[in-house]
Design a protein around this ligand. Structure first.
Ligand SMILES: [Mg+2]
Ligand SMILES: [Zn+2]
Length: 226
C-alpha cells in the first residue's frame, strides 16, 4: 500500500535564512536576554520558559516596531515557493511546524498558498504591558521537554503505518522529531546532531535540493515497483 507523504517543515533557519527570535532579541536587546539563552544551553530553562521570559522583557508599546522589524528583516530561503507548489501538485501534505511566534510567521507565509490550519506555531498577546507568548501546541504525555510548540506531538499524531513522514529542519529543536520520521532533510546544526547518532539524512541548502531528492526517491520507488 502506498503511504501518503507528509512534510513537517521548520520555519526559523529553514524556511527563513536566519532565526527570527534571535534577530529580534539582538536588535531590541532587552537587558538579560543573553543570560536566558545561556541558561537554556545549560539545561536550566526549557525552550518554553526561555522564549516566554525573553518576550516578557519587550514592552507592547513597541509592538508596531517589533512586528515590522521581524517581518522586514527575514529572508525566505530559495525555492520555498516552488516547494509549496510542488507539494500541492504531488498531494504531499505540507505542515509548517515552528517554535516561532504567530506575529511574524503568518505575515511571512502570507504570499504562499498554505492553509492556516497547516501552520503550527506559538501565539502572542499584546494586551498587557509586555509581550505575552501563548502556547496552543504543547507537549503530549510522551514528551517532557516543555517545548512550548511540541513538534514530536504533531509528528506522533500521524500514524507511521499510513504516512511516510518527512522532516525538514536546521537545529537542535528538530532533533527529537528527526529520530521519529522516515526521511530527514537537514542543514546547519541538525547535520552534526544526525551525524553523531548516525541518523540518515539528506543535507540541503535550498528547497530545490529537497525537491531533487524527493524526485529521486520517487524514481527509486517506481524502479522497485516495476
Ligand atoms: Mg529552526
Ligand atoms: Zn514536547
Amino acid at each position: 500500500m502506498d503511504k501518503k507523504r507528509i512534510v513537517f517543515c521548520d520555519f526559523d533557519g529553514t524556511i527563513t535564512q536566519n532565526d527570527n527570535i534571535v534577530a529580534i532579541m539582538k536588535h531590541f536587546n532587552p537587558p538579560g536576554w543573553e543570560e536566558l539563552v545561556q541558561q537554556l544551553m545549560d539545561g536550566k530553562l526549557s525552550i518554553r520558559q526561555t522564549v516566554g521570559r525573553m518576550f516578557a522583557m519587550l514592552p507592547t508599546s513597541r509592538q508596531a516596531e517589533i512586528v515590522d522589524y521581524a517581518i522586514h528583516n527575514a529572508t525566505i530561503r530559495s525555492g520555498f515557493g516552488a516547494f509549496v507548489d510542488y507539494c500541492k501538485e504531488r498531494e504531499i501534505t505540507l505542515l509548517v511546524t515552528s517554535g516561532g511566534i504567530d506575529f511574524f510567521i503568518y505575515p511571512l507565509l502570507a504570499p504562499f498558498p498554505i492553509p492556516r490550519e497547516h501552520i503550527y506555531s506559538n501565539a502572542s498577546s499584546f494586551a498587557g504591558d509586555t509581550i505575552e507568548i501563548l502556547w496552543p501546541n504543547g507537549c503530549d504525555e510522551h514528551c517532557d521537554n516543555d517545548c512550548g510548540m511540541c513538534k514530536t506531538t504533531i509528528i506522533r499524531s500521524y500514524d507511521p503505518a499510513r504516512y511516510h513522514r518527512i522532516l525538514i529542519g536546521d537545529s537542535v529543536t528538530d532533533f527529537a522529531g528527526a529520530k521519529l520520521v522516515d526521511t530527514v532533510f537537514a542543514r546547519s546544526h541538525l547535520i552534526g546532531l544526525c551525524e553523531e547518532l548516525e541518523l540518515p539524512f539528506y543535507p540541503f541548502e535550498t528547497f530545490y535540493d529537497v525537491m531533487k531528492h524527493l524526485e529521486a526517491m520517487d524514481k527509486h520507488e517506481t524502479d522497485i515497483g516495476g
